[in-house]
Write a protein that binds this ligand. Structure first.
Ligand SMILES: [Fe+2]
Length: 324
């Protein structure tokens, strides 16, 4: 098993410290605006308990765990309120709740939150809710009837983030999030070499509206170091019939590695998880969704190690929305 999840369970004292920090942040009205908050998140995150900061640092630095899960966060004390029935982040007066703010603080220990212009107008926070009208759409975060297959978040994009963060407001359906890590994949030298070469199509997910800014050229699926490759793949939209010979062989082995090493996490309300988006794919199996106020409700934010590396794809220094 190469997919391991590191779990942080907060002590009572850590919970108190974190609650105090959240109260301080949230008494400033502007801090519940996602864009204003993100400009201060990295600063406030330095006041999270040191043990928590260390765990996040080690997760990032050692590249051992596939994901980091924080349980027992002192948020949603009055409940999350009814699940939204639309993408509320598009509303002008969209406000963050304490769970999302804390998720942002944790994530800021890993990097800078980013968005994509092609996805909900560049919103940093993306609410994930099942929508009846999209229930049968595959590879949509609002779908539920069909499996959402393995993918690296924003795999097609050169500026995809290193970390995918999810925070759970409600999951009465007990829908699981599936994660699988590339570590330990067994391939012949020729197969591995093939995956390091620009011979594959990495299609967009339908969640991104436009494809104008990024050309769909053939790309490698592996990158980084030969001994411990990073991966970018969108298996959910991969058409294996386009490949033959060693390419097909390598893809088949990689997909079967992901299938064998998958682990399922059922997020509970207040749970925050951060997935290594360079070493892991993730998926969501089909589930029977509640619709309306009791529907499964997550929010997603992705975190990149640097904003600077995407500067040529952002229209201003201040925007976090990457052209896509
Ligand atoms: Fe995803």
């Amino acid at each position: 098993m190469t997919t391991t999840i590191e779990k942080i369970t907060l002590s009572e004292q850590e919970q108190q410290q974190i609650r105090g920090l959240l109260d301080e942040v949230m008494q400033i009205p502007m801090m519940t605006n996602q864009y204003a908050f993100m400009e201060s998140s990295a600063l406030y995150a330095q006041e999270l308990p040191r043990r928590v900061r260390r765990k996040f640092y080690e997760f990032q630095r050692y590249e051992e765990a596939a994901a980091l899960l924080v349980a027992g966060s002192p948020v949603l004390g009055q409940g999350a309120g009814p699940s939204p029935s639309s993408f509320i982040e598009l509303d002008k007066d969209y406000r963050l709740n304490d769970a999302k703010i804390l998720h942002g603080l944790y994530g800021s220990l890993l990097g800078e939150a980013i968005g994509f212009t092609s996805q909900r107008s560049g919103s940093i926070y993306n609410n994930i809710i099942p929508l009846k009208e999209l229930s049968a759409v595959s590879n949509s975060s609002s779908g539920s009837d069909l499996d959402f297959g393995f993918h690296v978040e924003d795999a097609f994009h050169p500026a995809r983030a290193e970390y995918l963060g999810l925070v759970c407001m409600r999951n009465d359906e007990l829908a699981s999030t599936t994660i699988s890590c590339v570590d330990g994949v067994e391939l012949s030298v020729e197969e591995k070499q093939t995956l390091f070469e620009p011979r594959f199509r990495i299609p967009h997910n339908p969640i991104h509206d436009t494809t104008d800014a990024v050309e769909e050229v053939l790309q490698p699926i592996f990158f980084g170091h030969w001994d411990a490759p990073y991966v970018k793949i969108n298996a959910a939209a991969l058409n294996l019939s386009e490949y033959v010979g060693v390419e097909l062989q390598a893809l088949t082995k990689l997909l079967s590695h992901f299938a064998k090493n998958r682990i399922e996490v059922v997020l509970e309300a207040t749970g925050c998880i951060f997935v290594d988006n360079y070493r892991c794919v993730h998926a969501r199996d089909s589930f029977k969704a509640n619709y309306g106020g009791s529907a499964r409700w997550l929010a997603r934010v992705v975190f990149a190690s640097s904003l600077r590396k995407s500067r040529s794809m952002r229209n201003s220094v201040m925007t976090r929305a990457i052209n896509a």
